[in-house]
Design a protein around this ligand. Structure first.
Ligand code: FAD
Ligand code: NAD
Length: 583
């Protein structure tokens, strides 16, 4: 009978009774007992209600028939999964914290060594920063010159125009980055105005608001890398610079954001005519390349998710139009993705005007020549409130000037023609990377980054080669002066070893671009992707591609800080919506 009673689960009243007594025990002060000290310690340790709870239940269910083996295994699996999850979360947090600590506490750096060759790098964009990332700065006296003292992650710039992402989240101060290099690097916030390749001098000018005693000077170089990117192409079309907004820099995105809000607020100003309301709320994007398409998609999202909610008066007149001179948008993507993009835009109510070339821009309208289905051309006026001009790249004046000095560059139109080692043709000791260089690749961040990384390897190898050659010369002198045959043989062995190393270092192949694919956001949480896969290509579009687009760009962000900020911005925009204030 006693056994049967023990098999019965403890009634809830007995549990509470046990708890009550435990509570009493917890609060009671124990008198010292004559027991041995360890037992005494055990006796006076207060028993916590949780422990009692566990003990009581363990006792109460001790005789309940055992669970099946499968259930136990399942439970064990869950318990381990749970533990592993926790462990990996803690390890991940530790890794990130250590990274942040290292980022915030840079080590002391040796000063630049002026006795070493001076390597001047122009620009702080994709090409130059990728070079700096991998360059061993101890090998050269490195000087960086750029009017922008930060790196900008351009692929997410269209998202800044509508406040999906804050611009600071995609900027990385160049100072933070340079402070982590092995040897210090000099940075001058200035524009290169001219390169004299024969004198080996770069002329620089401080174009920022604050200027000291010297605002223009010259910097001599032994080696020069030109990575100044490109400026916006306008093809000399009148009125573009005066009335259009570009999308290349952070200030451009800020200007666009302000203009969108200004147009919306002005459109609902008291007594505005209907025609004027329509004009103000007509957002025109010229250029159906990826910049124009991504911006149009972001703008329509902004309207759908936020603007029409907070300013319902603009609901019926807000309209986005994309104007493209060619028969279709996104010419670099595969046919099915072009069709998918055009279909998605139609659903989003974005109008695409293909075969329409803008010829003139005035303050309130653009004049465009469109070709009808019958091949007939006609000129029409399209009124606009916001005009974003995204028609590709043009040469920067400093690049054009350098090209004009070098006869071998006479036939190049789109930028500095370079050879397979990225050396500017016709100029010694000058290399070019990114959008300002012409090497038969599209002007993309991917190409610029790979070119920069290639140059870093090349320069590291060149420094190693020089170092080995000096060592070889010293060894050869030592061999001549060797006092005995044994010593001579030993030095000869070292020379052979070094020569082998020298051959290995010198064996560096030319630059080869590896295309990873193209990605573009097209709005309403959809993206298109042409991805290189094994020997073929995968073309995909839709919401899954959008998640891929987001994770790819998040992983490509410059630093952990950028990654965290971008992620927080996305969450913020999803939870609270985008900010519709004008600034
Ligand atoms: P940039 O990155 O433009 O850098 C040029 C640097 O030179 C800047 O620091 C600038 O301040 C500096 N500079 C300018 N003039 C001078 C001077 N006179 N002297 C010294 N320094 C100077 N590509 C992709 O592959 N994927 C994308 O998703 C993508 N999205 C994009 C989105 C937008 C909105 C834009 C505009 C471009 C995008 N691109 C993308 C293209 C990509 O940004 C460029 O191909 C890339 O920036 C080129 O790198 P770069 O180093 O040549 O020039
Ligand atoms: P783009 O050169 O790719 O496209 C510009 C478009 O403007 C062209 O299609 C051209 O036909 C059109 N155009 C030119 N003049 C016109 C006129 N007067 N009227 C109407 N249309 C006109 O330019 P982009 O989109 O600024 O891109 C520049 C570079 O940056 C490209 O190499 C691009 O691949 C790269 N980029 C890539 C991405 C991405 O991969 N997601 C995003 C942005 C930019």
């Amino acid at each position: 009978m006693a056994g049967a009673a023990a098999m019965r689960p403890l009634a809830s009243s007995s549990v509470f009774a046990a708890l009550r007594s435990a509570g009493r025990r917890t609060l009671t002060t124990h008198r010292p007992s004559p027991l041995s000290s360890s037992v005494a310690k055990e006796a006076i340790r207060p028993v916590l209600p949780r422990q009692v709870f566990q003990q009581t239940f363990r006792r109460a269910y001790a005789d309940v028939p055992p669970k099946t083996e499968a259930k136990k295994k399942g439970f064990r699996f869950l318990r381990w999964t749970w533990r592993l999850t926790w462990l990996s979360a803690i390890a991940g947090l530790g890794y990130i914290s250590y990274g942040i600590y290292q980022m915030r506490n840079p080590d002391d750096q040796p000063a630049p060594d002026p006795t070493k060759k001076t390597l001047v790098i122009l620009g702080t964009g994709w090409g130059s920063v990728s070079l700096l990332k991998k360059l061993d700065t101890e090998n050269y006296n490195v000087v960086v010159i750029s009017p922008r003292n930060y790196f900008l992650f351009t692929p997410l710039l269209p998202s800044c125009t509508t406040g999906t992402i804050e611009h600071r989240s995609i900027m990385e101060p160049i100072r933070n980055f340079l402070r982590h290099k092995k040897a210090a690097v000099k940075y001058y916030e200035a524009e290169a105005t001219k390169v004299d390749y024969e004198k080996k001098v770069v002329y620089i000018k401080d174009e920022s608001e604050i200027k000291g005693d010297v605002s223009a000077t010259e910097v001599p170089f032994d080696m020069l890398v030109v990575g100044v990117g490109a400026e916006n192409a306008t093809f000399g079309i009148p009125g573009v610079r005066e009335h259009g907004l570009f999308l290349k820099e952070v200030e451009d995105a800020q200007r666009i954001r302000k203009r969108i809000m200004d147009c919306c607020e002005t459109a609902i100003f008291k007594d505005q005519s209907e025609e004027e309301v329509k004009r103000l709320l007509h957002m025109v994007v010229v250029g159906g390349g990826p910049t124009g398409v991504e911006f149009a998609g972001e703008l329509q999202d902004f309207f759908n998710d936020d603007l029409k909610k907070w300013i319902p008066e603009i609901k019926d007149n807000f309209h986005v139009t994309l104007v493209e001179a060619l028969p279709n948008v996104l010419p670099m993507f595969s046919k099915q993705l072009i069709e998918y993009t055009e279909k998605t835009f139609k659903e989003e109510t974005i109008t695409i005007r293909n075969k329409t070339m803008v010829k003139k821009v005035t303050e309130k309208y653009i004049e465009a020549e469109s070709t009808g289905p019958d091949g007939q051309k006609q000129i029409e006026r399209i009124p606009y409130g916001l005009l974003v001009w995204a028609t590709g790249n043009a040469l920067r004046p400093v690049v054009r000037d350098l090209m004009s000095q070098i006869p071998e560059q006479a036939s190049s139109r789109r930028g500095l023609a370079v050879n397979e080692y990225l050396v500017v043709k016709g100029a010694e000791n000058i290399w070019a990377v990114g959008d300002c260089a012409v090497a038969n690749y599209a002007p993309t961040a991917q190409v610029a980054a790979q070119e920069g990384a290639f140059l870093a390897r090349l320069f590291n190898n060149m420094a190693k080669t020089e170092q080995i050659e000096v060592e070889l010369k010293n060894l050869s002198d030592a061999q001549e002066k060797a006092p005995s045959k044994d010593v001579r043989d030993q030095v000869f062995g070292e020379i052979k070893e070094l020569q082998k190393r020298l051959r290995r270092v010198k064996q560096m192949g030319p630059f080869e671009y590896s295309h990873q694919g193209s990605l573009a956001y097209i709005g309403s949480e959809k993206a298109v992707a042409d991805i290189s896969w094994l020997t073929g290509n995968i073309a995909t579009g839709g919401t899954l591609t959008y998640f891929f687009w987001r994770s790819a760009y998040l992983s490509m962000c410059f630093s952990t800080r950028n990654r965290i900020l971008v992620l927080v911005d996305w969450i913020k925009a999803k939870v609270f919506g985008r900010d519709v204030s004008r600034e």
